[in-house]
Design a binder for this molecule. Structure first.
Ligand code: IVH
Length: 676
C-alpha cells in the first residue's frame, strides 16, 4: 500500500474505531462484535507501524499508553477548580436555599440540578479545536498535574470531538474519573494474588491509576468517566447547567443518566431518597448528591467563596459505621501545640478501609461522649474524613474500663500544659517544644507546604534528632556533607535533597504562607491573601481591618495574621529566609491580573442588589470593601437615601458612583475575563 492510500485507509479506520468505541463505551450499545472491533484495531496498529509519521495525536492507538514519564508536570488551571461545601441532612439544604435567597435578595424558589456524587477523582480535560490536548488532576484547585498520557487511555474520554457550530476554540470539560465496582473487585483480586497492596476504595484506585508515570499501567486499569461541568461556560451558548450537560452529551461524553432537574428543595429531597435507595444497585460507588443552581446567570451572581461556589452543595450520604474495641489512647502534639487524643483501635474494616486509629479531638469531647479505655465503640468514616468515635456502647461495659485522663505535662517536652479559658484545646505553650518544632518543619517541607522532595516526615525527624535541623531557616543551611553520611542517605540522595531545597526558594506567596503554618491560615486563605497583597512586606504593613475587608477572612484569621507579623521571632525568621535567597513569584494582584486590585469601596444607601452580592463581586475582582469613609477609599457607591457617608465622601473629594455605574464597572471586569 502506498502512502496516499495508507493515509486514506487510516482516516477511515480511525473514524470507524471512534464510532464503535463510542457505541460500546459511552452508549453501551455496540453495533459490531468484539472480534470485528479488534480486527479494525489491529489493522490500524499495523498500518501505523508501517507509516509512523502518519500517527496522529487523536488516533485511537494512542489509548494503549505511550512512553513512561519521568515525572508529572504541574499545570495551572485556566479557572479555579473549586470543591464543594457539604450538607448532611435536609435542614442543611433548607439553610442552603435560605442563603441563596438572602444573597440574591429574592423570595423565589430555585431550579436545581441534582447529580449523583461520583466517588472518584476530579479531572479537567482541555480540547483545542476539538482535539484533546490536556488532562489534569484538580491538585490544590489552582495547580494540578498533567496526566494527559493517562487520560488518553480511558476509552470513555473522546480524543476528538465532533464539529458543532457552537463550540469555543478551547473547551474545558470537568468530570470524575472512577473505577466501577466490578473493575475494582477484579483488580484487587489480581493484586492480592500478586502479593500487592489492595485499594481500599474506588477513589484510591482511580487516583492511584491516574498517578502512574507509566501510561501502560493506567491503560490496564478499568477506568471510566462521567462529565459534570464546563470550566468556561461563558464561552458556550449554554445558559444553564442542564444545557451544558446536553451539550457535553452531544459532544460524545458520558453524562450520568440519573441527573435530574428539580424544582425546589422538596424535589431535591425526593431525589436524594431515590438515589439512596438506588445506590446499592449501581455499578459504581456514589457518596452523595451534588445540588447545583441550574441558571448560569444566577451562578455568576452568586459567585464563589474561598474554596467552594455559593451556588452548589454536596449532600452526603451518612457515613459507614462499625463497632470495635478502644485499646489505648495516645496523645499527639500538633504544630500549634494542641494536644490531641488519638484512640488506638482494634483494626476494623469500615466501608472498605481498615481503620486502626480515630481522633477524639479534645478533652471536652472525651467527657461529652464519656469514652473509656477498653470500651466497645461505634466508629464512623465519612469519605476522606479521619475516622471518629461516635459513642461508646455503654451496655457492654464490664466495669474494667478506665477513664481517660489528659496528661499534665507535654508528652514531648514535659513542660506543664495549659488550657486557655474559652478554648476546648489543651496546649503546650513552650515555643521550644520539640514536637511542635518538628511538626512545623514537617508541615513546611510537606505536601501542604513547599513540598520539598526527599524531606518527608521521617527525614525531618531524623535531621532533627541528629541536631542538624532546628528551625525553618536551618533547612537552607543543610549541605551535602551534612546529609550524605547519614543512615539511609548517600551522596546521590543528599545531592537531590539539597537541589530540591534550593529550588523551594522560588515559590509563590500563597504556597509560602501556607507552608509557614500560621494558625488558621491554610491553603484557601493563603490564596486569598495572595490576590490582595503584593508581597510579605505588604502583609506586614496591613492592619486587622485590611485583612477583614477580604471576603473569606474572618476575625480569627485576621487576628492570627496580625499577631504573627508582629512577633519578633517570625520577623527574624522571615529576614533569615530572605537572606537565604527566598524569592516569591509575583502574585496576581501585583501583576495587575485583577481589575480592581487596588480599589477600596464603601457602600451606602439602599441598593437593588444585596450588599453581600455587591461586596462579593468587588472582592472577586480583587477589590476591598470598607465600612467607613477614609482617604484610602477609592469608590463610594451611593444608593437611594445615602446619608452622612455621602456627605463626608464629597468633603474628602472621593469618587462617587451610582448603582448603574457600579454595575458597568463590575461587568467590565467580570468573571471569565480573569483567572480565578
Ligand atoms: S461539581 C464547583 N459535580 O466532588 C463544582 N463535583 O467536593 C465542583 N464530584 O472535586 C464540582 N460528583 O471530585 C461536581 N456531579 C458532580 C460531582 C462532583 C463528584 C466531586 C468532584 C469534586 C468534589 C467536590
Amino acid at each position: 500500500m502506498d502512502r496516499i492510500e495508507a493515509e486514506r485507509r487510516l482516516g477511515f479506520l480511525r473514524t470507524e474505531i471512534d464510532l464503535h468505541a463510542r457505541r460500546y463505551y459511552v452508549l453501551d450499545d455496540p453495533l459490531i462484535s468484539d472480534g470485528e472491533y479488534d480486527a479494525l484495531f489491529q489493522e490500524l496498529l499495523t498500518l501505523e507501524r508501517q507509516f509512523p509519521d502518519l500517527v496522529s495525536d487523536d488516533s485511537p492507538s494512542q489509548r494503549v499508553g505511550g512512553a513512561p514519564l519521568p515525572e508529572f508536570v504541574r499545570i495551572e488551571h485556566r479557572s479555579l477548580m473549586l470543591s464543594l461545601e457539604n450538607a448532611f441532612q435536609q435542614a442543611d439544604m433548607l439553610d442552603f436555599e435560605v442563603r441563596l435567597r438572602h444573597f440574591l435578595h429574592s423570595e423565589e424558589s430555585f431550579v436545581y440540578v441534582a447529580e449523583p456524587k461520583m466517588d472518584g477523582l476530579a479531572v479537567e480535560l482541555i480540547y483545542e479545536d476539538g482535539i484533546l490536548v490536556t488532562g489534569a488532576t484538580r491538585g490544590d484547585g489552582r495547580i494540578g498535574e498533567d496526566i494527559t498520557a493517562n487520560i488518553k487511555t480511558i476509552p470513555a474520554i473522546p480524543l476528538k470531538l465532533p464539529a458543532l457550530t457552537v463550540m469555543p476554540p478551547i473547551l474545558e470539560i470537568r468530570g470524575e474519573v472512577y473505577m466501577p465496582i466490578h473493575g475494582l473487585r477484579d483488580l484487587n483480586a489480581q493484586r492480592r494474588e500478586a502479593g500487592e497492596t489492595i485499594f481500599a476504595n474506588p477513589r484510591n484506585a482511580a487516583a492511584g491509576s491516574l498517578r502512574q508515570l507509566d501510561p501502560k499501567i493506567c491503560a490496564s486499569r478499568p477506568l471510566d468517566f462521567f462529565c459534570y461541568a464546563l470550566g468556561n461556560p461563558e464561552q458556550t451558548n449554554c445558559r444553564s447547567q442542564h444545557e451544558a450537560l446536553d451539550l457535553m452529551r452531544q459532544l460524545g461524553f458520558k453524562v450520568n443518566p440519573y441527573i435530574k432537574l428539580c424544582r425546589g428543595i422538596k424535589e431535591v429531597a425526593d431525589n436524594f431518597a431515590y438515589l439512596l435507595e438506588l445506590r446499592p444497585r449501581l455499578p459504581y460507588d456514589i457518596d452523595g448528591m451534588v445540588v447545583k443552581v441550574d441558571s448560569f446567570d444566577l451562578q455568576r451572581r452568586l459567585g464563589n467563596k474561598a474554596r467552594s461556589p455559593r451556588w452548589a452543595i454536596a449532600w452526603k450520604f451518612k457515613a459507614a459505621q462499625a463497632t470495635t474495641r478502644l485499646l489505648a489512647i495516645e496523645f499527639g502534639v500538633g504544630r500549634t501545640g494542641a494536644i490531641t487524643p488519638v484512640a488506638v483501635l482494634e483494626p476494623i474494616n469500615i466501608g472498605g478501609a481498615v481503620v486502626r486509629r480515630a481522633t477524639l479531638h479534645n478533652e471536652d469531647e472525651i467527657r461529652r461522649k464519656d469514652v473509656r479505655i477498653g470500651d466497645l465503640v461505634l466508629v464512623q468514616r465519612a469519605g476522606d474524613v479521619i475516622p471518629e468515635i461516635v459513642k461508646p456502647i455503654v451496655d457492654s461495659r464490664t466495669g474494667a474500663e478506665q477513664i481517660i485522663r489528659l496528661p499534665a505535662v507535654c508528652p514531648a517536652c514535659e513542660e506543664p500544659l495549659t488550657r486557655p479559658v474559652n478554648e476546648a484545646v489543651t496546649r503546650c505553650l513552650n515555643p521550644a517544644c520539640r514536637a511542635q518544632r518538628v511538626r512545623a518543619l514537617i508541615h513546611y517541607t510537606g505536601k501542604a507546604g513547599l513540598d520539598i522532595d526527599g524531606l518527608g516526615k521521617r527525614a525531618v525527624q531524623q535531621l532533627y534528632d541528629q541536631g542538624l535541623l532546628e528551625d525553618i531557616p536551618g533547612i537552607y543551611a543543610l549541605t551535602i556533607a551534612d546529609l550524605a553520611p547519614l543512615d539511609g542517605w548517600g551522596q546521590k540522595s543528599a545531592e537531590n535533597v539539597v537541589r530540591a531545597i534550593a529550588a523551594s526558594l522560588q515559590t509563590s506567596l500563597a504556597k509560602f504562607l501556607a507552608a509557614l503554618g500560621i494558625r488558621y491560615i491554610g491553603e484557601g486563605i493563603s490564596q486569598l491573601l495572595e490576590r490582595h497583597f503584593a508581597d510579605i512586606e505588604a502583609l506586614q504593613a496591613a492592619s486587622r481591618d485590611d485583612f477583614l475587608a477580604i471576603d473569606g477572612i474572618g476575625e480569627q484569621a485576621a487576628g492570627s495574621l496580625v499577631r504573627y507579623f508582629a512577633s519578633p521571632t517570625a520577623l527574624k525568621m522571615l529576614a533569615q529566609l530572605r537572606e537565604a535567597g527566598l524569592q516569591l513569584t509575583a502574585p496576581l494582584a501585583a501583576a495587575g491580573g485583577l481589575p480592581l486590585a487596588n480599589a477600596v469601596f464603601v457602600f451606602t444607601g439602599t441598593l437593588s442588589i444585596s450588599r453581600n452580592e455587591a461586596k462579593a463581586r468587588v472582592k472577586e475582582l480583587g477589590g476591598r470593601v470598607s465600612s467607613a469613609i477614609s482617604k484610602k477609599v477609592t469608590h463610594v457607591l451611593c444608593g437611594i437615601k445615602a446619608g452622612s457617608k455621602e456627605k463626608k465622601a464629597r468633603e474628602l473629594g472621593l469618587k462617587i458612583i451610582n448603582e448603574e455605574e457600579f454595575m458597568r464597572l463590575i461587568a467590565a471586569g467580570g468573571p471569565g475575563s480573569s483567572k480565578g
